[in-house]
Ligand binder design. Sequence first.
Ligand SMILES: [Zn+2]
Length: 365
Amino acid sequence: MAIITTFESLDQQIKKAGGKPVVLEALWSGDTNGWYLSCYLYTVTYPFFFRREHHYFLGQVAVPEGTEYFTNSKLTIEGVAEALGNQAAQKYGLTFYFPAKDGPDDECPAWTERHLGILCQDCGKLILPRKSPYIPQEICYPCHLKREWDESLRKAEPADDGYNLCLLKGDECLKMGYCTKFEAFTIAPFIRDKVQQRITKEIVSIVALDIADILVLKGQLETVLDKLLLAYEKPYIEERMKKFIGTYKVQYQGREYELMDRRNQVHADIASYIYNIETAEKAITEGYTYQFFFKQGITSRDDSVLRFVHYVCKGETIIFNIQQRYVHSLTAEEVSATIGKLVQIGCLTVSGERVSITTLGNCIV
Ligand SMILES: [Zn+2]
């Protein structure tokens, strides 16, 4: 399959197809590994003066390395496709059909189905009418998610789920794992009682495990892992399943174990216990404490503003940028109040116009 990264690579595929190119089509498809943007070509030929139409798959668009195609200063596949498609339209006088220009969406009709499409009422994109009774008919799925997000922000819905296990030493914070529910951590059953006793009533309650706690935990994890390793069996994967299941190797106490990467709970447990023992060892030898952050009163607004400062602004921005981010979702007073609350609970600091995330803020997003 051809990977299309430049106009030359696209043009090569168009020429290979032959005939007169009339429509270049770019459509998204997705699976568990991610999204793909495929290019198709419709051409016409006139053998013996009869018009014949042809349809070709040209390849998948990918972001080339070191390219000049930028969208908001970030490279995107859709940005590359749009630039290449427009160039092809100019060169061949063809129609460039790319219904989901703004990002992945596999609900858009193909060129030949476009008469079945309706326009998304929020963004104007052509989509096929959806059959699900749970999602509105009149908007595309990304716009549906955006409406839900706006609604959640307006209502300031609770957003207390989500836990990071952090290793802390001074201002240094290493995120070692994330779970939506605390109980999902492999170490949760071993530390639950200690943690329960140490939770306070604060909006962000910090629960720490010191070296003594971590030593006890490590011993408990080793006991369970020893039992699991006694029951260890090498991977057995049926021939027909080899496409879906892979294996990888881990080392523990000088021995190597081959583990299946799915469909084997014992192997998954062995990998998880080894990882957690290694984490405990790191904390003990390098002097970190374990910290968990229990959120009890964080709203979708707080969470969203923190994520914006942390991930989009890389930890620091100005108040104006935060106001701009929420200009269509919240009032200026609501944004100011959110920033004020995050400062009060120690997740942000504000100095003049400048807003920075703190170590605590970094630990809870
Ligand atoms: Zn839309």
